[in-house]
Design a protein around this ligand. Sequence first.
Ligand SMILES: Cc1ncc(COP(=O)(O)O)c(C=O)c1O
Length: 465
Amino acid sequence: MNQHLARSTESIRFDGESASNEARCRLRATEPICMRTYTPSLALLEKSAGSYHWTPEGRKLADFTSGVLVANLGHNPTRWWHRVLDYLGLSTIDATLEFQQMVPLTSYNAATEIELLANERLLANMRREPGGGRMEQVLWAASGSEAIQKAIWASMARQPGSQMILAPRHGFHGKKGLANAITGTECDAERDPRVRFFGFPIEECCDVQRRRQPIDLDKYEQELNDLFYRYGSRFCCLVTEPYLGGGGSYHPQPEYLQLLQRFCNRHDIMFILDEIQSNFGRTGPMYAYTHYGVEPDIVCLGKGMGNGVPVSAAVGRSDVLGTLTYGAGSDTWSANPLSSAAVVATLDEFETSDVIGTARRLADVLERGLCRLKETGLIRYVRGEGCVWGIECNPVGDHSAAEVANHCVRTCYVGDDQGRAVHLLGPLAKKVIRVSPPLVMPLDEAQMYLDVMYERFTALRSELG
Ligand SMILES: Cc1ncc(COP(=O)(O)O)c(C=O)c1O
C-alpha cells in the first residue's frame, strides 16, 4: 500500500472529507511527495488547540503524536503564546504604525538579549538535572540534523587527527549530512567511511516487560573494544539516542547507555546524546540523561524545546564547542530571536507549572491502555517510557505487520460512530505505531481515546479475518 501510493499519482481520499480530499489533491500537484513521511491518513489540519486538531470538515482528532513529538505543552497554549510575544516585545500590535518596534527577526552577525536569556536559562535548567554537569555552552541550530552535525564538527575540531564516529545500528539522527551518515535505521551499510556502527540491544528491550529484566552487556562491550582495538584514537565521538526513536521505539536498559559512556570516558571519545526527540519531559524527567544515569559531553536538543517553533541546539562542554572558529557553526536561522523567545517561554512553563508531574500520571494511563491493546490480537509488543511509546503490530492472516500498522492508523483516523478519532503518525520501521500525545493531555481524555483505539482495533481484527 505504501509503495503503491508513493508511485501512483492519486492522492489519499476519505469518504465524507470533500474539503480535505480536494486539498490533498492540490498538495499532490504543488509539492513532491518526498516532503512528507508516508502516513496513511495525511490529515488536513485547519486548527489545533491543546491535545486536539480539527479538519476543514470540523472533525475533531485527538492528537497522539504531538506533531512529531513537538507540542509537548499541547498546541498553541495561550499563556505560552503571550510569553513568546512578550519576549519579542510585541504584547500588542499597534495597527496605526507602519512598522512595529520590537526585537529583529534575525540575529546574523548581531545578538539580542533574548538569545542571551535563552542561553542562560537553558544552561541553568540543564545543569540542575542530574547528568547535566557538563552543560556549559549552547550552539544553536534550526533543525535536529543541524544540531547533530554541529556537535560532530566540534568533536572533530577538538582532535584534528580523529575524524571517525561511532553510532548504534538502527539509530535515527536526521536526513542531512553527517546526521544521515550516522543513521543506521534499516541499513547497516557504512555510507560514510568515517562511521562505524555497533550493536544495540533490540531483543533485550523488545517489550516493556522484557526491558525490566537484567541485560547482559558482554557482547556489546566486546564489540566496542574490538572497534577500539582496530581504529583506536581515530574515533572522535560516539553519538546515540537514549532510546531508538525512528528505529522503532526501543528503550534500552540504562546500563547499556552507561556502558557507552564508560567506554567513551576511558578512551577520551566525546559522548554525544541525541535528545532531539526525548528532551523537555518526553521520557519522564526534563532530559533523558537524568534517568539513564549518564553525563554526556554534548546533548543535542530540538523538537519539544520550542513547542512548535523551529529550534535546536548542541549544548555541552565549552572546551569542545569552543574549538570551532568564527563562522564554523553559524547560519541564517540559528539563535533567531523568535526561536529564543519560544525556548524561554517553554522553559517558563516547565519551571512554573507541574508539567513533569502531569506527564508522569499520563504515562501510567498510556502504559496500561497500550498494553491492553495486545488483547485485540493486532499488537505484538508495547515499548516505551514516559509519554513516548511504540506499539509493534502482528501480521494477521495474509496481511503483513506493516499492512496491519497502516490499517490501524487509518481506522483510528476514521474514528468511531460517535465521531471520536485519533491522529497517529505513519508507522516507524514499517510496523511500529508511535503514541506520543502532548504531556498535558487530560487523563480521562487519554483513557477515552485509548478505549477508542481498543474498539477500533477489535473491529479491524475481525475485518482482517
Ligand atoms: C532522535 C532524532 N534525532 C534527530 C532528528 C532529526 O531532526 P530534524 O528532522 O529536525 O532534522 C530526529 C527527527 O525525528 C530525531 O528523532
